[in-house]
Design a protein around this ligand. Sequence first.
Ligand SMILES: C[S@@+](CC[C@H](N)C(=O)[O-])C[C@H]1O[C@@H](n2cnc3c(N)ncnc32)[C@H](O)[C@@H]1O
Length: 280
Amino acid sequence: MTMGEVSGAGFTLGTAFRPGTVAEDAVHAMVSVLDAQDAAPSIERLRGWALSAGAVRLGETCVDLGSGTGTMTRRLARLVGPDGRVVGIEPNGMLRTVAAERAARAGTAIELCQGLATEIPMPDESVDVVWCERVLQHVPDPRAALVEIARVLRPGGRALLLDSDHASRVDSDIDPAVAAAMLDSFMGQLANPLSARQLPRLAIEAGLEVDPDIGSSALVYPQEVLVGSELTRLAADQAVSEGRITREQADEAMRSQSAAARSGWAFSAITVFGFVCRKP
Ligand SMILES: C[S@@+](CC[C@H](N)C(=O)[O-])C[C@H]1O[C@@H](n2cnc3c(N)ncnc32)[C@H](O)[C@@H]1O
């Protein structure tokens, strides 16, 4: 399965990453989407920038909040070395299992535990770095999450927050009015679709300082994903079911995007922003 292929009756990408999702096909689809995003050069550029700006050091204690398949949990573990500690906190037990298997295969020592962004199972002022990537878009109360992140950070600790702002989406070859209706439907399913733009304010209100240099990178979907894209189909079907577009408009959106992708010029992207927040 690739970034564009998802399966399962009733599955929607907008709702899949909620903590209660346990259906095997939905979890399988989440892992596929995360693996494809891991492979995107644009995501790697933003991760590299955030790790460098946040200066994760040997011996530090890190939390990977909403750790998913554990890609960054393992990477943080390599950065802090054997004298450091990395805890992946992830509400979804099946994703924790995937992360544990991958860490074991890689021979990387990480800890994984159940928790929520709003209930981090760590003592006050015990953490040097909180990494939280593309998680707060799924959290209904991001303000509570920022307060919780600030609670667990030591003075001098850093929160490295990477998150999407779905209103920044670009779809080159779908009629703009239809694309806007599909995006409205998709954003209606997400707990916090405009997450990124709120993060500086929420971080400052939680007592953190935010570096003025904000990172950004467009997560660009590869052409092959846009030919008959199941993600586009899901968004279009959702918009039809909500009466925002007609079935004919949905079919035309699929057709025009697929044709552009076959020609090599389809462009579909969303901006992910990175914030370095410091506890004074
Ligand atoms: C798009 S994935 C990102 C995973 C990982 N951070 C990455 O960048 O590869 C979103 C993750 O957030 C988790 N999640 C959803 N709601 C959460 C919450 N309230 N608290 C913590 N994690 C949550 C999901 O289970 C999923 O692992």
